[in-house]
Design a protein around this ligand. Structure first.
Ligand code: C5P
Length: 218
């Protein structure tokens, strides 16, 4: 039998990463930050001088990526890219390559391989709709663009990375539009997802909400 999955999807900076990581820790399950995989592929493509719309080259690169996750540290071809992966420029590049159907198809096996016993908490845009459609629990997190920009601003400043609140609101809106309008795996809650708006609640409250649902099903 397949290991159980909790799929947590939502727009950028909706809190899904923090919520998913804490739930995985709480349950002792594996954790998949699928956005990081798109970010790493974008970074690897840029390092090789590929254009962000070069679907064939990027799709060919996807299965060959040499990536290692070691706690908070991410290594690409042996080099520590943890900070580069978190830059807004990398997130924007990731959302450009994420519109390419062959790239999404090429990453599928990599993403599904994270599903291992005793269970997986996966966060992204299409965890519940495409990658793990049989996940017993699907959550869709939202929050206002302003609340999300504010959170992202604090995360970036904390990491010592450059950030401007005004341009973050603008970029989040552009990224949301690109993620929602694309033809393949667009960002939208699937029918069997439970919606949670995190604009006015804390991460701890969101975690408690998801754990309640997980235990009800468990
Ligand atoms: O979640 P994060 O902001 O790190 O994701 C970066 C970009 O990767 C997103 O804007 C989205 O375009 C893409 N992505 C995706 N499907 C996923 C995860 C991320 O298309 N499951």
């Amino acid at each position: 039998m397949n290991a159980p999955v909790i799929a947590i999807d939502g727009p950028t900076a909706s809190g899904k990463g923090s919520v998913a990581a804490r739930i995985a820790a709480e349950l002792g399950w594996h954790y998949l930050d699928s956005g990081a995989i798109y970010r790493i592929l974008a970074l690897a493509g840029l390092q090789r001088g590929f254009a962000l719309d070069d679907e064939e080259a990027l799709a060919a690169l996807a299965p060959a990526l040499d990536v290692k996750f070691d706690g908070e540290t991410i290594r690409l071809d042996g080099a520590d890219v943890s900070l580069d992966v978190r830059r807004e420029t990398t997130g924007n590049a990731a959302s450009k390559i994420a519109v390419l159907p062959a790239v999404r198809a090429a990453l599928m096996a990599r993403l599904r391989a994270f599903r291992q016993s005793p269970g997986l908490v996966g966060d992204g845009r299409d965890m519940g709709s495409v990658v793990f459609p049989d996940a017993p629990l699907k959550i869709f997190l939202t929050a206002s663009a302003e609340a999300r920009a504010d959170r992202r601003y604090k995360q970036l400043i904390e990491k010592g990375l450059p950030a401007s609140l005004d341009s973050l609101v603008q970029e989040l809106r552009e990224r949301d539009a690109r993620d929602a309008m694309r033809a393949v795996a667009p960002l939208k809650p699937c029918e069997d997802a439970i919606l949670l708006d995190t604009t006015l609640i804390s991460i701890a409250e969101a975690v408690a909400f998801v754990l309640r649902h997980a235990r009800q099903r468990g």
